[in-house]
Design a protein around this ligand. Structure first.
Ligand SMILES: [Fe+2]
Length: 214
């Protein structure tokens, strides 16, 4: 459905990578979104289908495994849309993080599942200590760190554990797969500097699809 009044390229929505493995996950997600109203229950119900995609070989096209020199996240990090619902309710994307590169500290503002497909990542999750009333300030402390390898995944259920960064710890680029209940790269979210206590608006963008105009 296209009801937000923005002009955009319809070829940039739907299945940008149209393979049975992705269709099976998106179909299952649509079923769960229709049937289950609780976010935590829905994410739990989607774990087997998400694990199947991470375990499957051969479905990720080579161009989507490469760094992106124009990345708005820096470090050559590539964010590639695999599926985008036109109404902004769901997306699936791959994040290519070159060796030794790390994302900025960021939030997601939507429930979802994130898992490693290739390589290894270290994830650092932050807990927010302030009440968020000042849009340019945030007081964060580290809540947990975890290392993830191929097939490992975790749930995002904002506001808990929604702020994190990931760093590649393998010798080659890591690739993680993200199923999230928004159009993650095109929504305005937040980038944090925990040391300075600052927040700024952040729209990461996809390497292979334009965002609607603001
Ligand atoms: Fe993230």
């Amino acid at each position: 459905m296209c009801d937000n009044g923005h002009a955009h390229d319809h070829g940039s929505f739907g299945f940008l990578v149209d393979v049975p493995e992705i269709r099976q996950l998106i179909d299952e997600t649509a079923r769960q979104m229709a049937d289950v109203s609780d976010n935590a229950e829905r994410v739990e119900a989607l774990k087997p289908a998400f694990a199947r995609l991470l375990a499957a070989d051969g479905w990720l096209p080579d161009p989507i495994t490469r760094p992106d020199a124009t990345s708005k996240m820096g470090g050559g990090i590539g964010q590639y849309a695999l599926y985008r619902a036109e109404d902004g309710s769901l997306c699936l994307f791959a994040l290519v993080v070159p060796a030794d590169a790390a994302t900025p500290v960021h939030d997601h503002l939507a429930w979802g599942l994130v898992g490693v497909y290739r390589g290894e990542q270290d994830e650092t999750v932050y807990r927010r200590l302030d009440d968020g009333s000042n849009p340019s300030r945030a007081q964060l402390e580290i809540a947990k760190r975890q290392a993830l390898g191929p097939g490992d995944f975790y749930a995002l259920l904002p506001p808990t554990d929604d702020i994190h960064y990931v760093k590649t710890i393998s010798k080659t680029a890591s690739i993680s797969i993200h199923l999230l209940a928004n159009d993650t790269a095109c929504v305005w979210r937040h980038q944090f500097d925990p040391g300075l206590g600052t927040v700024k608006p952040f729209r990461s963008g996809y390497a292979n699809a334009p965002c609607p105009a603001d």
